[in-house]
Ligand binder design. Sequence first.
Ligand code: HEC
Ligand code: HEC
Length: 292
Amino acid sequence: MRVLCFTIALAFLPGTLAAAERPDWAFPPPGVTGAPRPPETGELKRVPGSTRTYTQSQIDSFNDPPDWFPDEHPPTPTIVAHGKGPQVRACVSCHLSTGMGHPENSRLAGAPSGYIVRQLADFASGARKGAANMLTFSRAMTADEMKTAADYFAALPVKRWTRVIEADTVPKTYFLGTRRMPLPAGGTEPIGSRVIEIPESPERVEQRDPKSGFVAYAPPGSLAKGQFLVASGGDGKTTACTICHGLALNGLGEVPDLAGGGCCGTAKCGSSKKIAVISSGSSIPHSPLLSL
Ligand code: HEC
Ligand code: HEC
């Protein structure tokens, strides 16, 4: 049930998506690319529960990112663990070995393999717009590499990763590269009609710790409103999401699961679907999300 809530929070947004066609809070501001890095000190970093140590440069490596818990995931295919030279970064460097990802990218764990392959193909053909990185990586991947990566992520279980808290007031945040972080100086501000999704631990997320999740603050009433909309279509406003995505939002066939996706990731991927669904040969225009 809690997993269901993660998606529900996204659906609270009457007006916001319709007005902007995409929710600004789910995307880093235009022009932002990567986080500026402090100079390497050589200090060996650790995360709780792992016996491994890495320097910050190793943690930030494009093709050889850390594997903090090698015994806790299936063998990782080369394209997933290391990418392919300068053209394709290791998928796990952003989506993590658990596939649960960060709010600035998206969850891949448990998504249908066919769905993942289709997204990569749609990024590569330009049918799906999105983060520049994904467009570049997908264009450099072979069909076999897409399938291999998709099978890896599809087989991973969805974990509890995002805690939703309804609140009028939220921590002040800023973007460190593409990542929303709490302002180190602290302070709070009104939430307005945004979802503010930040790391449980800013330090651990910077270390790509696949066990440190996120908190999503949503305006009071969001969960109930979202649940109504998801389950019933909100009194004729749209089609109940559960009809296609499954009663528990766990997916139906190749229609992807939505539960547990995190608020920003789900909103981001959902808002690109108007184009993607049509382009992927399906006759279902994904307008429901856009007209919430
Ligand atoms: C530099 C970070 C980064 C790396 C590395 C990366 N991705 Fe992504 N990925 C993203 C971002 C950001 C998005 C969200 C794109 C959007 O919709 O704007 C994304 C989205 C996706 C999606 C769409 C998910 C959905 O729910 O629709 C798939 C599939 C995907 N990535 C697969 C991969 C695979 C496979 C690899 C490795 C070959 C990979 N990514 C490597 C950042 C990354
Ligand atoms: C008529 C069927 C249908 C309905 C109703 C529907 N969807 Fe979808 N949805 C799809 C299909 C099909 C895809 C996959 C599109 C593709 O392959 O590119 C999808 C994809 C998505 C995605 C991207 C998946 C991801 O991993 O992030 C999101 C988000 C989403 N839907 C949200 C919703 C929400 C929220 C609702 C209800 C307000 C809804 N959908 C109602 C068919 C539907």
